[in-house]
Design a protein around this ligand. Sequence first.
Ligand code: HEC
Ligand code: HEC
Ligand code: HEC
Length: 351
Amino acid sequence: MNIGWKHAIASVVAVPIVGLFVGWTGLIGIGASGGHWAVTDWFLHWVMRNSVETAALSMEAPPLDDPALLPLAAGHYETACAVCHGSPAQPRSDAVLAMLPPPPDLQAVVPSWTDEQLFQIVQHGVRYTGMPAWPTQVRPDEAWAMAAFLRKLPDMDAAKYYDVSGLHQPPMEGEVSPMPITCESCHGERKLNSGSLIPSLAGQSEAYLLESLRAYAGGRRASGVMGVAVGTLPQEALPDLARYYAGQSRPERPVQSIDAALIERGRELAERGRPQDKIPACLSCHEKPGANPVYPKLSGQAQPYLERQLTLFKDGVRGGTRYHHLMTEAAKYLEEDDIAAASAYFATKAK
Ligand code: HEC
Ligand code: HEC
Ligand code: HEC
């Protein structure tokens, strides 16, 4: 009995010492050139799949069939994912195929994952593989949009991918790489409609645009999509972009039929607020002649975009310019139907 215990304790002490010794000798190969043994490969992927499956058990995907989710995710995919995973417009390069593990062709593997599992991978990344986590963890809606896009990816041909991502077609036969994503790929007025989740920038206050761009670049407004889009630009480019968009005019666009009673409720909220619930009148700041130029214009902005932003403010995760705390306070006590009503009102309000 006594001897048995001694053996057990000796092994518990010896195993880590032997492990440290083998590590110290330098005999464990860490080179990627030889690949993994098939069994290691199988084991690592098995662990990854189990981990993702378990984490996704407690989740339920929001509805993902809204086509407005696709453009923002597709444009981001081209900038942030295609370099490793390839896309319908371009296969993976030899350089990424030499990674260990190589980033898989997502058109082939996506059908083996559920929406919740795709979200889990995209939001949190995969440790030790090069697969990065989403740049911000405070708002899950962007990774859900990516899951919606990935779901559509297996059936997407190059033409459809160019169209939905806003990537420019290569201008000439034989041109190697297509032009990258620009601001216009996502914000071009031609691509926006009354269901968009991407904001219209045309005619927005220049001061607001500039402060917003600086907020994204500095991480004070959380968005993986916009963080990546402005992340590589020099600071000096931002004023020109703000001036350019402020000088455009927002086109009249047909508005989906919105319930007139909802718009009327929104108008009351905008004009009078609801003092008993600590909700201020929106129009005491917005669209008011002579008000602080950093307060954004809301009229003619798409309803789904406005709703999304109000929800982010209400959840306390929106961030923004140095005045964003005013709006966080204004949105704190809004109920879901207030958000729908105020958004319906501003989306249909004449400019
Ligand atoms: C630096 C390269 C790199 C980038 C950039 C990258 N990934 Fe990955 N990704 C990987 C690698 C490597 C794996 C394989 C992980 C594994 O097998 O455990 C992977 C795995 C995945 C998977 C799981 C597929 C499977 O069956 O293993 C999905 C889904 C995915 N990536 C989506 C994305 C999306 C969406 C983006 C952009 C937001 C992205 N990846 C950006 C390298 C990358
Ligand atoms: C991949 C698509 C995509 C690209 C590319 C992109 N944007 Fe955006 N942009 C978005 C989305 C989505 C939002 C909303 C983000 C949020 O929820 O904060 C946004 C928000 C903004 C806002 C905030 C507007 C408001 O009303 O608050 C500004 C300003 C902006 N983008 C400017 C730009 C500029 C300038 C570029 C080019 C350097 C650019 N964007 C590139 C998708 C994109
Ligand atoms: C005290 C002033 C104030 C009041 C009152 C106010 N807002 Fe705001 N609002 C702001 C400021 C400032 C911002 C800009 C936040 C930022 O990005 O820094 C803003 C931003 C917004 C945005 C985001 C716009 C965009 O392009 O992303 C929406 C939507 C909005 N407000 C709706 C409302 C609604 C609806 C009400 C009424 C319930 C309201 N606001 C009341 C000051 C106010």
